[in-house]
Design a protein around this ligand. Sequence first.
Ligand SMILES: Cc1ncc(COP(=O)(O)O)c(C=O)c1O
Length: 399
Amino acid sequence: MSQPPVYYFDNNATTRVAPEVVEAMLPFLREQWGNPSSAYSFGRQVAKHLDEARAKVAALINTDPREIIFTRCGTESNNSAIHSALVTHPEKRHVFTTAVEHSANIKFCDFLQKHGHAVTFLPVESDGSLDLHLLEKSIRPDTAIVSVMSANNETGVVFPIEEIAAICRSKGALFHTDAVQAAGKLKIDVKELGVYLLSLSAHKLYAPKGIGLLYVKRRTKYHPYVIGGGQERGRRGGTENVANIVAFGRAAELAMARLDEENTRVRKLRDKLESGILREIAGASRNGAKEPRLPNTSNLAFDSVEAEGILLLLDQVGICASSGSACSTGSLDPSHVLLAMGCSAVRARGSVRFSLGIYNTEPEVDYLLKHLPPSIAKLRAQASADQPEPARPVGAHAL
Ligand SMILES: Cc1ncc(COP(=O)(O)O)c(C=O)c1O
């Protein structure tokens, strides 16, 4: 069945699975479907491919394959990191994170707070950046873990992970970063960064949904979150999703090879899209710092319109974009990220995220630039037509 063309500007929500990745995983759905833990050679052969994939994802972040734990997703990786810190340091009851993390952290920390843990949600500045002095001051002797994302999924704002890791080391606190949005867009070297724990998710990297990883630096105390069989050297129970792991490995290889493209061609397209919108549409402005920012992300606010209306009109012409995180779509609440940056609820409700990827082309950006301005104009005209007439002062006469 042929599908109408899709103009996809929502790569921070998920990415198309690269054809090379599909090719790599198919044999593990069709022929090599054995259990990698089995003792016979039909299983052991599969285990060999698991090892190869582990080495490939380890190379993406410059680490040893033994420091990789495959998980089901980025959410599980984040939950696992925080859970492990609390279980392995029972005397420490405080968790430190920021107010702009993905719900994978925010909601888990809300849960912990309800169950008696102390949690700090570090506020951010109006451009989405962090005050590192405040961060340093807020780490406590009983802080079990500091978890700060590498790059924000909604605004693309990049945090100084190396500096934060150094602060945590000086304070004796364990440090985790959620690098789900940074992978494939920025170079990640866990040794240079100096982190103890790091999360990735394959579906942001042109691989399928349902596979992620947690990097755990050697000699870091670790307690499994999913408890069961001895898979992942006893650190994550559950039969491995071999096809997805192989796909992740291939995607990691491609991501390393394509990093320059993300940073030059995709960045140029994003800049063209952003400057075109800001030029053509009055009352449009960017949310968050211009730099340091992911090369693919642009979060823009439009005066006097609701993002919901914009997204509906764009959808009618095949354009996919989003307001806030895909995980909170459907909720009428304004983005917690934009609110934390001090945006009003009205501004947050009028903001749209455009996130590009390696499959976007210049004609697609031109298509968006053609359709967005009339959509905004239409919504603004509707909104002003819907405005009630201002009440006339008593005694005023119509002219
Ligand atoms: C920054 C960030 N962390 C975590 C996640 C969750 O990843 P997953 O969908 O693999 O659970 C996402 C997904 O959007 C994200 O953007």
